[in-house]
Design a protein around this ligand. Structure first.
Ligand SMILES: Cc1cc2nc3c(=O)[nH]c(=O)nc-3n(C[C@H](O)[C@H](O)[C@H](O)COP(=O)(O)OP(=O)(O)OC[C@H]3O[C@@H](n4cnc5c(N)ncnc54)[C@H](O)[C@@H]3O)c2cc1C
Length: 499
């Protein structure tokens, strides 16, 4: 058979972009297919422009979510969701790899331990932090979260005055706020208030699109076909895949590409959809979808704190990661969030709140978000509807909601300590917010409880790997991006050795 490349990668997000770059740097010939356009920066970077509300750089596929057709908040350009993400690249806690220690009987025995532990991923976390130029402070305490052994590649940006106040007031109460490790280059950052959710016009916020672009500029054998969609895997004997059928979305032309290894990184919704469309079915494919329960609390101050004029996504609190002294049940991380833009806020605000009042409130607002590790349930799943379109069915379990409510109360307390007079909580942004999607092709030791083996190879299909967020057996209590990147680098070592 003649091959078009050594390794074919589908999807250029946190998993695919990182993986493709690593394999190309290791001397392999890589073809990267991405269904979105090449858009690395966007000068229309503010809420008055349409980008966020109209979801221009977001995935343009309609997905049926719990019976309603929606467009989702996941990246749909080169770089995937990292083109738009909040850039908080956090290592989880060592315990996150042993969920049985905290959830016990709430999880099947097969999920009590991930098939790899933190120490296996540790060197790859370091590599990923270097690759994405993460800024952070080694002087800070991260509580139960793991800290880089060799420090952060970049120093953090100065704290906004309201964050200084938030940190000091909570330190006085015994908490240990820390600066969020961010994949943002402080030398380029213009501290735009609207950061996550938009393409960075200054290329200060790193993305896997930028990582791919750098590798191509360095002359490595990485070929990117943007606006090309992988439609089907062609299957051969002995479970092997022998090609990927893809379509150029601009011209409508189709082609089949052949490689020695096929690596799926189309995201935790996109990758199971591609397998199902290729006739690769299995009881577990697409199940156990997890998006994190992410409660939001907005603190309202009596005077302007000017958080709406600058970058404020800067602080993290891991003090309640494993619950409180009186109730030591895992809750997850709390982190800063930017103040929503005027249009976004007007859309989210109740109707009785007039536009003038929204304008009055914005300078007095400071939001925090929680990240609650939602537990996997087989009924939460991605599959294909009768018309072949992707379908997502999802409900949080009462235990997830209950922990979300507790974290909400603790977030309100943090804001009040800094002077917030009132706090308004929202349990979950909306069903379209699937930014932290994971879990739909989980890895494990045996095919009876997992879809991928510990190397992220598809059981029964020896030349197919998956490196996006689908591989998570549980959702962690921090954002998933750094773990996806680190795991992609780990799997790249396996594939490079094999090819
Ligand atoms: C607004 C926003 C803010 C976020 N903030 C943070 C944060 O601060 N910290 C954090 O840890 N995480 C954050 N996340 C989540 C993080 O970005 C994702 O978890 C991560 O990017 C997922 O990586 P992935 O490789 O699984 O998928 P993605 O990054 O989504 O990449 C999948 C790619 O595959 C492409 N694709 C899909 N189907 C096909 C196909 N058939 N053919 C070809 N290409 C295809 C898609 O277009 C996409 O580019 C955020 C996400 C969003 C949207």
């Amino acid at each position: 058979m003649t091959y078009d490349c050594d390794i074919l990668v589908v999807g250029s997000g946190a998993g695919g972009g990182t993986f493709a770059a690593a394999c190309a740097r290791a001397g392999k010939e890589v073809l990267l297919l991405e269904r979105g356009r090449l858009m690395l920066a966007d000068p229309l970077n503010h809420d008055e422009q349409a980008t966020l509300l109209d979801k221009i750089p977001y995935d343009d596929r309609p997905v049926v979510v719990n019976g309603t057709v929606r467009r989702l908040y996941i990246g749909g350009v080169v770089g995937g969701s990292t083109a738009l993400f909040g850039a908080a690249l956090l290592r989880p806690s060592r315990d996150d790899f042993h969920p049985g220690r905290h959830y016990g009987r709430r999880l099947p025995r097969s999920l009590w331990d991930w098939p790899i532990d933190y120490d296996i991923l540790e060197p790859y976390y370091t590599q990923a932090e270097q690759l994405y130029g993460v800024s952070g402070s080694m002087d800070d305490e991260f509580g139960p979260l793991a800290k880089p052994r060799q420090g952060f590649p970049r120093q953090p940006m100065p704290l906004h005055p309201i964050n200084q106040r938030l940190a000091a007031a909570n330190r006085a109460h015994g908490l240990q706020p820390f600066r969020l490790p961010l994949a943002i280059d402080p030398a380029r950052c213009q501290l735009c208030p609207a950061c996550p959710g938009y393409l960075c016009p200054h290329q200060a916020r790193q993305s896997s699109g930028l990582v791919v672009e750098r590798v191509m500029a360095d002359g490595h054998r990485l070929r990117l076909l943007s606006y090309w969609e992988a439609e089907r895997l062609e299957r051969g004997p002995a479970g092997k895949v022998v090609g990927v059928q893809a379509r150029d979305r601009a011209s409508g032309a189709s082609a089949t590409f052949r490689a020695r290894r096929y690596v799926l990184a189309a995201g935790a919704i996109g990758s199971p959809v591609l397998l199902l469309r290729s006739g690769i079915e299995g009881e577990l494919i697409g199940r156990h979808y997890m998006p994190h329960l992410a409660p939001i609390v907005v603190g309202l101050f009596s005077r302007s704190i000017e958080a709406e004029t600058a970058f404020v996504k800067q602080l993290g609190f891991s003090d309640y990661y494993f619950g409180t002294r009186t109730r030591p049940e895992k809750l997850g991380l709390i982190q800063s969030l930017p103040v929503p833009g005027p249009r976004m806020l007007a859309q989210a605000a109740p109707r009785w709140l007039r536009a003038g009042l929204v304008g009055y409130l914005r300078p007095r607002m400071l939001p925090l978000a929680g990240i609650v590790e939602d537990l996997p349930q087989p009924t939460n799943r991605v599959d294909l509807g009768p018309d072949g379109q992707p379908r997502l069915r999802h409900r949080f379990a009462p235990y997830d909601w209950e922990r979300g409510r507790r974290l909400t109360r603790l977030m309100a307390r943090i804001l009040r300590r800094a002077g917030a007079r009132w706090c308004i909580g929202k349990p979950f942004p909306s069903e379209e917010h699937v930014a932290h999607q994971c879990g739909t092709l989980r890895f494990g030791r045996q095919p009876d409880h997992a879809v991928l083996d510990p190397d992220c190879r598809l059981f029964g299909h020896p030349n197919v790997f998956v490196v996006d967020g689908s591989f998570f057996p549980t959702s962690l209590g921090v954002g998933p991006a750094l773990t996806i990147m680190a795991n992609a680098l780990r799997v790249a070592d396996v594939v490079v050795r094999e090819v």
